[in-house]
Write a protein that binds this ligand. Structure first.
Ligand code: CS2
Length: 477
């Protein structure tokens, strides 16, 4: 990289006041919510500057601070790239370094919304039920100490400070890919608050707001070569750019404390009463096929989703999942044509400019499987139908968390339950016993779905062992 390229810096444009704290400032929010919010302020004004909070690592803060928190969002289209400098983030705090400063900020009356992208595991809940996991080490810590470490802990302690100061609660807007995400975060916050002070829980339940939303944009991890290419193209060195596809969608339930929010409707955010049909469509048809392609594609030796889609076996497979397995189990949002939605997804997945690694999507499967795949399977079996493509995807997850790929090489499995899943897999004496052992992980499989899946997944798992992922996928009837 030429050493003389000057660093990207913030423009002289006037800064709005801050109004939003974002917990978990990763690439996704910077490539999605932060852009919508920047556009909403540009279009309609409002004091909605964002302070990001990294719960653990100082990395994003350290990269963004010398750029005064400006960064480039690089759109990767099939026909070329388009950079855009985003300035809605005004500061980043690192919670591990100074949790009291984060709480003080969240308690400030200027802050009216707290948005979150802390990933599925950041809510410290049980994925199969959605309830707070009271045995989670971070929750045990946050029950005992005033200075929290978990996202639910920060929300509850900050809301307690606001209540003590006579300040209205902030709206909690989770932007993670979870089922009924608003309801889920409300549940974990109220559970934790109740354990600390029942009257606090009552105050939050009556005065607070936890709108659900559906977020969508494919954001592959930024690579060193992306940084170099961008610097060469723009003449500015940005050490923390984000990469994203052209498509974006944000559907938000319009329930904010005091109605206070940026003018999101002006910039294409859909404001609705009930997000559930959008959420089901997206979590299943997009994230469900993403995870299925990730496990099977990885095992078949494909590095990215676009590579997997370029393999005719998997292209047929994903069409089958949409047409025969997901769509029959869905109620479309009003005015949405699900086959058309599937076609659009097909084009997005095939975009060769997006190098979205199967390994990246395979991460944290224990937290993703229930809402992405198991819900559809349960509804399908109850309706007396079968969904053998999705059953094969569950078997592929089991093969993947076993930690050895088809060439006998180790897999770097990233999952909060990785060690336990590996031990269960290694401890089983036969493929049948391995499937049974993994189905007993109640955080992922509730007893009913475990029973329904038992014989079906065992057959699929055997096929994976006997034929390999590609041939087992090709053999689906
Ligand atoms: C992906 C999502 O990594 C994953 O699990 O399925 O991040 C996906 O790209 C987004 O939800 C798209 O909106």
């Amino acid at each position: 990289m030429p050493a003389d390229i000057p660093r990207l810096t913030r423009s002289d444009a006037a800064r709005p006041e801050i109004g939003i704290v974002h917990l978990g400032l990763g690439a996704f929010f910077r490539a999605h919510g932060a852009i919508y919010i920047a556009e909403a302020m540009a279009a309609s004004g409002g004091d909605w500057g964002i302070v990001g909070v990294s719960l653990q690592s100082p990395r994003t803060r350290d990269l963004l601070a010398p750029q005064q928190f400006a960064y480039t969002a690089l759109e990767l289209g099939p026909d070329g790239e388009r950079p855009q400098v985003i300035e809605s983030v005004q500061d980043v705090l690192v919670a591990r370094e100074d949790p009291a400063a984060v709480l003080a900020l969240m308690a400030d009356p200027k802050i009216r919304i707290v948005t979150l992208t802390v990933t599925e595991k950041g809510y410290c809940h049980e994925p199969s039920t959605g309830a707070l996991n009271r045995t989670h080490p971070d929750i045990i810590h946050d029950l005992a100490e005033d200075l929290p470490v978990s996202a639910p802990g920060f929300l509850v302690r900050a809301l307690a400070q606001r209540r003590a100061a006579g300040t209205a609660p902030f709206t909690v807007l989770t932007c993670d890919n979870l089922p009924k995400n608003g309801h889920l975060v409300e549940g974990v916050v109220l559970d934790l608050a109740r354990a600390i002070d029942p009257s606090l829980a009552d105050w939050i339940a009556t005065r607070g707001a936890f709108p659900a939303c559906m977020v969508d944009r494919i954001v592959p991890a930024t690579k060193a070569e992306d940084v170099e290419r961008l610097a060469a193209a723009t003449g500015r060195l940005d050490l923390a750019p984000v990469m994203h596809e052209p498509f974006r969608q944000w559907v938000v339930e319009d329930r904010f404390v005091g109605g206070a929010r940026p003018d999101l409707g002006t910039v294409g955010v859909q404001l609705v009463e009930d997000v559930t049909p959008y959420e089901h469509m997206k979590l299943r048809m997009l994230n469900g096929t993403h995870s299925s392609l990730a496990y099977l594609g990885y095992l078949a030796g494909h590095e990215t989703i676009a590579d997997t889609m370029a393999d005719p076996v998997f292209e047929r497979f994903v069409r089958r999942l949409w047409q025969r397995e997901f769509i029959p189990a869905l109620t479309p949002p009003q005015g949405v044509d699900l086959p058309g939605y599937a076609e659009a997804l097909h084009a997005r997945y095939a975009n060769p400019a997006i190098r979205h690694r199967t390994w990246q999507i395979a991460m944290d499967g224990s937290q993703k499987l229930p809402q992405r795949i198991l819900g559809t399977l349960s509804e399908t079996f109850h309706a007396g139908r079968e969904a053998s493509g999705l059953v094969l995807a569950v078997a592929a997850w089991m093969r993947y968390v076993g930690g050895i790929d088809e060439a006998g090489q180790p897999i770097d499995v990233k999952d909060p339950l990785a060690a336990r899943l590996r031990a269960l897999s290694d401890g089983a004496e036969s493929p049948e016993a391995r499937v049974d052992a993994l189905l007993s992980v109640h955080e992922v499989f509730d007893p009913e779905i475990a029973e329904l899946l038992g014989p079906r997944v065992t057959d699929a798992y055997r096929n994976l062992l006997d034929l390999g992922a590609r041939a087992a996928t090709a053999a689906l009837s």
